[in-house]
Design a protein around this ligand. Structure first.
Ligand SMILES: Cc1cc2nc3c(=O)[nH]c(=O)nc-3n(C[C@H](O)[C@H](O)[C@H](O)COP(=O)(O)OP(=O)(O)OC[C@H]3O[C@@H](n4cnc5c(N)ncnc54)[C@H](O)[C@@H]3O)c2cc1C
Length: 326
């Protein structure tokens, strides 16, 4: 069956730059569209159009609005929902970044449609988006469809799809829609209230882009261990990551969680301090070029995946490294 609805990719910016994962999604959307004749559209809330890069990555049309970095997630969800009500896309994709994971479900709720979060693959069958994602603790891969409601919405983790090869010189249509105009159409319900902001400290690179990641788990013993890990990360120019158990214990913010329900990373070096190596953690870091593990338990599963292992106390090792590098 041929479907000529639009496939939208919501593009996220940070410090004025479009995130790489948005280009990855545009590339995937273009390959889906090539199968059924639909149009790939980038929805871009940026101050500067950056149209050439979006067209070169596969977009045929750009819905250009403003304010991604200034507006809060609830308002952006409202704007995306208003735009989708106007133009009725068949499919709407967003990267499963920290902001994407906040905006996409809110937009789905406003549009009365479903959302499959954290997909690891997407393909089309008779116009239906088959959304693959791990389920039951990663023990099986579920294929989920949104049979009736539209748009079909999914978030996909960064780096799941490769960067597309760029077709420079490609052009397309730009439809300008000021954010103010979209928000005038928002649903009358009270906008979500911002209750606080958690700042991810320092100038360290985003986890997705980091070359070196120092990760801590429960074996670091507490928040004090993470403060020392952060000091080492600052000294060597690394990014800080954590296991879910450590995040749940309040040792580190959610944005630093690596794994199935966190960020997927692919650094050149991943050093795991006091992390057991549960399958859900491995799902987020096992493709790292070099993995180094420090753990007191020589039988910890992480050692089966580490290129270098140290059966040692995490804090003692950390202090030794700090005396060397800090
Ligand atoms: C649906 C689902 C999704 C999940 N998603 C994620 C996810 O995205 N990311 C994630 O990380 N987890 C995730 N988990 C949780 C995961 O199963 C593990 O519980 C978690 O990864 C364990 O974290 P940890 O290794 O820090 O803690 P633990 O399992 O408690 O391991 C601590 C490790 O530290 C070692 N240790 C103890 N003391 C020291 C010391 N002094 N020095 C050195 N080593 C020491 C121990 O030997 C042990 O190996 C998920 C679970 C489920 C069910």
């Amino acid at each position: 069956m041929s479907v000529d609805g639009e496939i939208w990719v919501i593009c996220e910016t940070r410090d004025g730059e479009i995130l790489e994962c948005c280009f990855e999604l545009l590339g995937k959307a273009a390959s889906l569209a090539a199968r059924n004749g639909s149009n790939v559209c980038a929805v871009f809330f940026g101050e500067v159009p950056k149209a050439a890069a979006l067209f070169a990555s596969g977009a045929a049309k750009i819905y250009l609005s403003d304010g991604f970095e200034r507006a809060d997630d609830g308002l952006l969800a409202e704007a995306i929902a208003a735009l989708a009500r106007r133009h009725k896309p068949e499919t709407l994709l967003m990267a499963a970044t920290v902001r994407g994971r906040s905006i996409a479900p809110q937009a789905a709720a406003l549009l009365n449609t479903g959302l499959t979060a954290d997909c690891t693959d997407l393909h089309l069958e008779d116009g239906l988006l088959i959304q693959t994602r791990p389920a039951l603790g990663g023990n099986l891969m579920a294929q989920i469809v949104c049979a009736a409601a539209r748009p079909q919405m999914a978030t996909v983790r960064p780096r799941v799809f490769p960067m597309p090869s760029l077709a420079s010189g490609r052009e397309g249509e730009i439809v300008r829609v000021p954010l103010k105009e979209l928000l005038a159409e928002k649903t009358p319900a009270k906008a979500p209230e911002r209750v606080g902001t958690e700042k991810i400290s320092g100038n360290r690179r985003a986890l997705n882009d980091a070359d070196i990641i120092l990760a801590g788990g429960m074996g670091l013993g507490g928040k004090a261990g993470f403060i020392r890990l952060e000091a080492l990360a600052d000294a060597v120019g690394a990014s800080l990551a954590a296991s879910r158990a450590a995040v749940h214990a309040g040792f580190a913010p959610y944005a630093s969680q690596v794994g199935q329900t966190g960020v997927v990373v692919r650094p050149r070096l991943y050093v795991a301090f006091g992390i057991s190596g549960a399958v859900q953690h491995l799902a987020g870091m096992s493709v790292s070029e070099y993995i180094v593990a420090v753990n007191t338990d020589g039988k910890a599963p992480i050692f089966r995946h580490a290129h270098f292992g140290l059966v040692a106390d995490a804090m003692e090792t950390l202090e030794l490294l700090l005396s060397e590098f800090a």
